[in-house]
Design a protein around this ligand. Structure first.
Ligand code: GDP
Ligand code: MG
Length: 231
């Protein structure tokens, strides 16, 4: 079922209802923004499992985080492309943050790549931060790489996938803005994307598809994340 109470197609695809219920319990409670991290020395202590959302700017990272947590406006959307140059950390509320009372996980909204007209210095800073984080963060359990369903994988996306493969960081692709294309085109793109990643060692061999606008595909993402942090 999606967040508007409609049965979604994927429910017939064997999504485990008890996993979905558990995942909803984790995600559908008040989460909070804890910090924006401009460089590696400001990262919170390694503890909770981290799940990061990466992708070109405007692909829908912040919108998807808000939809997954059912909290509009938590992650800031539609920023001027390239403005958010920080790793934004979100955690379930109600934890003191003391070592004895850490949340079970954190969601990280990553700065987007691929924006035109960004000064080289900004791109270099972005590249440095993101690459250091992706390579060096031990508690990073999985990266969700978001791809706009209207555009498919682009060159800068495959560069990020190359990096993740090289760093052996588990990642999974989510096709976003599914509401913008017709179902047959969506299925075709899903298949093509699956083929494109089939030989990539760190890619999780299942492609998800969401619409933050319509609330579709969210339970699938929540369940996948819960499974990933428990591995
Ligand atoms: N139609 C549609 N628009 C979306 C969807 N997700 C995001 N958007 C729009 O795409 C733009 C960029 O979204 P945002 O979440 O800020 O992207 P980010 O830069 O990757 O964080 C905004 O105008 C959103 O309203 C979606 O699922 N469907
Ligand atoms: Mg954003």
């Amino acid at each position: 079922m999606n967040d508007r109470g409609q049965i979604s197609a994927a429910e017939d695809d064997g999504l485990d209802p008890s996993l979905v219920a558990e995942a909803r319990q984790l995600f559908l409670r008040p989460w909070q923004f804890i910090k924006g991290v401009p460089s590696m020395e400001f990262l919170p202590p390694e503890g909770p499992a981290e799940i990061a959302f990466a992708g070109r700017s405007n692909v829908g990272k912040s919108s998807l985080i808000n939809a997954l947590l059912a909290q509009k406006g938590l992650a800031r959307t539609s920023n001027t492309p390239g403005r958010t140059q920080e790793l934004n950390y979100f955690v379930p509320g109600g934890h003191s943050g003391e070592m004895s009372d850490l949340p079970e996980m954190a969601v990280v909204d990553m700065p987007g790549y691929g924006f035109a007209q960004a000064p080289k210095e900004v791109v270099d800073r972005w590249t440095g931060l993101v690459f250091d984080y992706l390579r060096g963060r031990v508690t990073l359990k999985r990266v969700y790489v978001l791809i706009d369903a209207r555009h498919g994988l682009k060159k800068n996306d495959t560069e990020v996938l190359d990096l993740l493969d090289k760093a052996a960081v588990s990642y999974q692709i989510i096709l976003t803005k599914a509401d913008k294309i017709k179902p047959p085109a969506a299925q075709k793109l899903r298949q093509q994307t699956l083929e494109a990643i089939s030989k990539r060692p760190a890619a999780y061999p299942e492609v998800l598809m969401t619409s933050s606008e319509k609330g579709s595909g969210l339970d699938e993402v929540r369940a996948a994340i819960l499974t990933a942090i428990r591995r």
